[in-house]
Design a protein. Structure first.
Lengths: 418, 188
């Protein structure tokens, strides 16, 4: 060992390593972002988001008071079968002649309508629901402002929302096991579980909110862990967890043919009646049906604007004016300085983004090409991006998913500009 | 001091809605933000996204900043939250694992490959909150009180997180000394 063994020095040296520059393209993206973003108007004295502990406690008490005042709206009991459009207790596994469902993608705005998805879970059924206007998708939840309706599988709870220590022994697999664990969780104030049915499936319903004095509330906290073995592969950032958010949550813990599904919904810390009604409407619309959009880890699905690219069939593009965006809407030419190019938007499903990192998408250029890159669009969108071609010839696009095992390579024939 | 004055002037102009001023401000502070985010997240792509989002959020909420002189601490608090959010969004969304680029060993390198690997693994086992405290204290050189102020945390929480983080990191090095690494076990 040639290096010094002073641990603190080594740790500081370790922390000193790594990138220290934001790429120019990111500055440009920020500029584009602020051009699209209006500043918030502040009425009254300016206030930094920082709060002293005393103010924080006072604020928390005020929030709790408001939540309690609004709880009657948020936690309206829905005992018994719900008046869903197509109640179908035995729907899972059976085809249903329901309405045409929209494809659920995330993250992004959702048009009002009916969706059906298994999210990123390994499920043998799909969850269908209807969202009103103005809602957005965020992976396993649909949100509108601070309101959300989330769909979850729960593996275990935590000993403390500030901690990453899971409860031992782990919570059992049944509906009652989880309900009992939540009731016993000192970080939560939980109402007594009530037997309910949702979309014809049995379970229990309860409400919870953060117990008084709990310091970790918000996106940095933890209420429960999701099962790493039933969600898309878990990376170095740890197993997926669900935070302890402020506000009163209505929870349904359901048994869907042996799978324990949890719906956690809230109208936010300061619920307004119309929004509470929308949250309830989303939950009321939930149905369960057969799997029609399975997410298969290890498979690739690739959609390219205006054209499809079945395996073995080359995609043809022509240099010159950029192709208009399709799936992701119009986007600026990411390489304006390169002159005539062709570029394509793409969206993948069932594989991970690579964003140019090793193991991610690669373009293999023909001789004479000057671009060897892959460019994502500037917005934060995990599954969208664009490829740029700047020379005639046969290019190859290769996508390798780091964990999904997805490897796909296909030719792109690039014609010279007319 | 000149830099601080320039920064404050840009903040004041940006608060009046001057996008050019904020653009200049972002270019002034962006690299430092990137350095912080990369160290918390250990992933340049995630860090890039977190910095972009933090800067746009800062632009949006700039008028809530009371003291123009405290722009950077305020921004760092936003950035840290964005780092947490970005990490958790990505974890839930896809669990991206990235392959680290291996670099050649530099004879002047303070860290050997084995030590770097041990520290990297230990660091990745820390919670994001522990990582943030470690980065602000040991990378930016802030005192624990300054870290508490910057991250809007009680001082005791900062000290506790720092203690646990450093204990874990030191333990990884101690374990490295006790147990020969795989590369050392291989026959020559």
């Amino acid at each position: 060992m040639t290096a010094s063994r002073d641990p603190d020095r080594l740790i500081r040296a370790f922390l000193g390593e790594g990138r220290t520059e934001l790429p120019d393209a990111s500055f440009d993206a920020v500029r584009a972002g602020i051009d699209r973003t209006r500043q918030r108007v502040v009425i009254g004295p300016w206030r930094e988001p920082s709060m002293s502990t005393m103010f924080r406690l006072a604020g928390a008490a005020a929030v709790v008071a408001v939540v309690l005042a609004g709880a009657a709206i948020v936690t309206r009991p829905t005992v018994g079968p719900l008046a869903s459009p197509q109640p179908s207790p035995s729907a899972a596994g059976e085809p249903s002649a329901g309405p045409t469902r929209l494809t659920y993608t995330w993250p992004g705005p959702l048009v009002a309508g009916d969706y059906s998805t298994s999210f990123s879970f390994d499920l043998d059924f799909e969850i269908a629901f209807t969202v009103p206007a103005g809602w957005e998708s965020r992976d396993i939840e649909v949100v509108k402002g601070a309101a959300f309706v989330s769909f979850q599988l729960v593996a275990n709870t935590f000993t403390d929302p500030c901690s990453n220590k899971e409860t031992t022994p782990a919570v059992g697999p049944t509906v009652d096991d989880l309900a009992t664990a939540l009731v016993a969780d000192p970080a939560l104030r939980v109402t007594a579980p009530k037997a309910v049915q949702l979309a014809g499936y049995p379970g229990v319903s309860l409400t919870y909110d953060p117990a008084e004095g709990v310091s970790c509330v918000g996106e940095d906290s933890r209420t429960w862990a999701l099962p790493a073995d039933r969600i898309l592969p878990v990376g170095p950032l740890g197993p997926p967890t669900w935070p302890l958010r402020a506000g009163t949550h209505r929870v349904w813990i359901l048994d869907i043919n042996g799978t324990r599904l949890v719906i956690d919904a809230s109208a936010g810390p300061t619920p307004a009646a119309p929004l509470s009604a929308e949250v309830q409407a989303v939950v009321d619309s939930v149905q369960f049906g057969p799997l029609t959009h399975p997410i298969t880890i290890g498979a690739c699905t690739l959609n390219i604007d205006h054209q499809s690219s079945p395996p073995g069939q080359p995609l043809e593009v022509t240099l010159g004016p950029t192709l208009p965006g399709g799936l992701n809407g119009p986007a600026p030419n990411p390489f304006p300085s390169l002159g005539p190019v062709a570029w394509l938007n793409f969206r993948g499903e069932g594989w991970q983004e690579g964003r140019g990192s090793p193991g991610g998408p690669r373009m293999i250029p023909p001789p004479g090409a000057t671009t060897t890159g892959f460019q994502t669009t500037t917005t934060v969108n995990g599954y969208a991006g664009s490829w740029v071609f700047d020379a005639p010839g046969t290019w190859w696009v290769k996508f390798t998913g780091d964990l999904s095992g997805c490897v796909r390579q296909f030719p792109v024939i690039v014609h010279p500009a007319p | 001091m000149e830099v601080v004055r320039v920064q404050t002037a840009l903040v004041n102009r940006a608060r009046q809605g001057d996008r050019e001023a904020f653009d200049a401000l972002a270019r002034l502070v962006g690299d430092r933000c990137m350095a912080i985010a990369v160290r918390i997240l250990r992933d340049t792509d995630l860090a890039d996204d977190a910095v972009q989002t933090a800067l746009i959020t800062a632009w949006r909420d700039l008028r809530t900043l009371r003291d123009s002189n405290r722009f950077e601490p305020w921004l760092h608090r936003i950035l840290t939250r964005e780092c947490y959010a970005e990490a958790r969004r990505r974890t839930r969304r896809s669990g991206v694992v990235r392959v680290l680029v291996l670099r050649d060993t530099d004879p002047g390198d303070v860290l050997g490959v084995d030590v770097r690997d041990q520290l990297d693994r230990a660091f990745r086992r820390l919670t994001l909150e522990q990582r943030a405290v470690l980065v602000f204290h040991h990378y930016l050189g802030l005192s624990t009180a300054e870290v508490a102020d910057r991250l809007d945390l009680p001082l005791g929480t900062v000290k506790s997180r720092l203690h646990h983080a450093m204990t874990a990191m030191r333990a990884s090095l101690a374990a490295d000394e006790r147990t020969p690494s795989l590369s050392q076990e291989r026959p020559a």
